[in-house]
Design a protein around this ligand. Structure first.
Ligand SMILES: Cc1cc2nc3c(=O)[nH]c(=O)nc-3n(C[C@H](O)[C@H](O)[C@H](O)COP(=O)(O)O)c2cc1C
Length: 156
């Protein structure tokens, strides 16, 4: 159905696991998912437009900071035309911190301010996903899928 880019930052692997769970669910719903990592892949801002949806996965660092490896992407986003594009933000964080998952909110605000059509609820998972979180990932994938379907319907 749709072509989806998932791009993530993960230091200790939790956000990577969450990425894989969401990707599996999206694939089960018939979507084509491409997974990239901020660490190892080049993400061309002007190629974002070829995707029906872009999902950004991030951990939170150092009192609410974005991962260093995602900063260029965060800054360069304003050079891409993401107006109206479906964007989602998710990731792992630690509820021990007052700034629980702040990087996720910072990314979601950024793309919202640039006019993206943001998946309403950002998915914040406490450390590594448990069974309940797996269900949340499944619902999140469903939501993204619905947004793609609605958009396709509107432009048909
Ligand atoms: C030095 C350090 C600072 C952190 N700061 C925060 C923070 O401010 N807020 C938060 O929610 N989590 C914070 N965390 C927790 C990580 O976001 C959490 O461990 C997450 O699961 C890491 O995801 P990853 O396995 O994908 O790298 C911090 C972790 C470390 C080691």
């Amino acid at each position: 159905m749709g072509k989806i880019l998932m791009v993530y930052a993960s230091l200790s692997g939790n956000t990577e696991i969450i990425t894989d769970i969401i990707a599996d669910n999206l694939q089960n719903l018939g979507h084509n998912v491409e997974i990239k990592s901020f660490d190892f892949d080049v993400i061309e801002i002007d190629e974002l437009g070829q995707y029906d949806a872009v999902l950004v996965g991030t951990y939170t660092w150092d009192d609410g900071e974005l991962p260093y490896e995602s900063e260029d992407f965060y800054i360069d986003l304003e050079d891409g035309n993401i107006q109206g594009q479906i964007f989602g933000v998710y990731g792992s964080a630690d509820s021990f911190y007052d700034t629980f998952g702040l990087a996720i909110d910072v990314f979601a605000d950024r793309v919202k301010n640039l006019g993206a059509n943001v998946v309403e609820e950002s998915l914040k998972i406490d450390l590594s996903p448990d069974k309940e979180d797996e269900e949340r990932c499944k619902n999140y994938a469903k939501k993204v899928s619905q947004m793609i379907q609605e958009k396709n319907k509107a432009s048909a």
